[in-house]
Design a binder for this molecule. Structure first.
Ligand code: ZN
Length: 237
């Protein structure tokens, strides 16, 4: 059984009626609903307004994969919780960062770059799979379209990814590395661009499948207790 924790700042859904209509239980609730159909996953959700943002040490220690959606309140996430997430990833916890989470504190701590990009509201996106043999691309066609999605464009200031799995092309002509993976110590990270709150992106069957595949891909191979390496015994002469 994999323990998956879905974190959402959960602000837009409470403040905008049109967004609440798309995600009546919040974006975290929608993600939990479709991932919950996998009997191998045990799902928990957490939101910004909870004590320690719903991510106290016990929850993080018990999480195999953390999914993160944030946008308007990155600065409201405490440094302590952000560092707790960073350290857990280094020790083996998987992390999936969605859409505007590119500026989330834990993501920036782990990547070490500004993670800035170009953006424009409301465009049409075609997502191309450029790595069809990757486990995250399993069951995904060569390309599919989102009728409405926020444009995210290059230059996306991230370190060179382990793999680029999806490329986004927008009607306005921009392109974007939409699905990328990183490794940080024992932890695997997947960043996935689609998911603007005012469009029904997480209702799309391919988007759901990609996130589902990613949960299994970033799940821990090995979790370690400490980050410091023991001194090796010298080889016998
Ligand atoms: Zn957005």
């Amino acid at each position: 059984m994999l323990n998956v924790t879905i974190w959402n700042e959960f602000i837009h859904e409470k403040e905008h009626k049109d967004i609440a209509e798309i995600y009546p239980d919040g974006i975290h609730g929608e993600l939990a609903r479709f991932l919950g159909t996998d009997e191998k996953l045990s799902i928990t959700t957490a939101t910004l307004d909870m004590e320690e943002h719903g991510l106290p040490k016990e929850v993080i220690d018990n999480t195999d994969v953390l999914i993160w959606w944030g946008h308007s309140a990155h600065d409201k996430v405490s440094d302590e919780v952000a560092q707790r997430v960073q350290e857990a990833v280094l020790k083996g916890m998987g992390l999936i960062v969605l859409h505007s989470g590119h500026l989330a504190k834990p993501f920036k701590l782990l990547l070490g770059t500004s993670c800035t990009l170009l953006w424009r509201d409301n465009d049409r996106e075609r997502i191309w799979c450029c790595n069809p043999s990757h486990p995250i691309a399993k069951g995904i066609p060569a390309h599919f379209e989102l009728e409405r999605e926020e444009m995210y464009g290059e230059f996306f200031d991230i370190p060179k990814p382990d793999d680029i799995i999806f490329l986004g092309w927008f009607k306005g002509g921009e392109v974007f590395r939409s699905g990328v993976t990183f490794t940080r110590n024992r932890g695997k990270i997947f960043y996935f661009q689609p998911g603007h709150e005012s469009f029904p992106t997480y209702h799309n069957e391919f988007i759901r499948k990609i996130i589902h595949n990613a949960v299994h891909f970033v799940s821990p191979t090995e979790k370690i207790e400490k980050l410091d390496c023991p001194n090796p015994q010298p080889l016998e002469q």
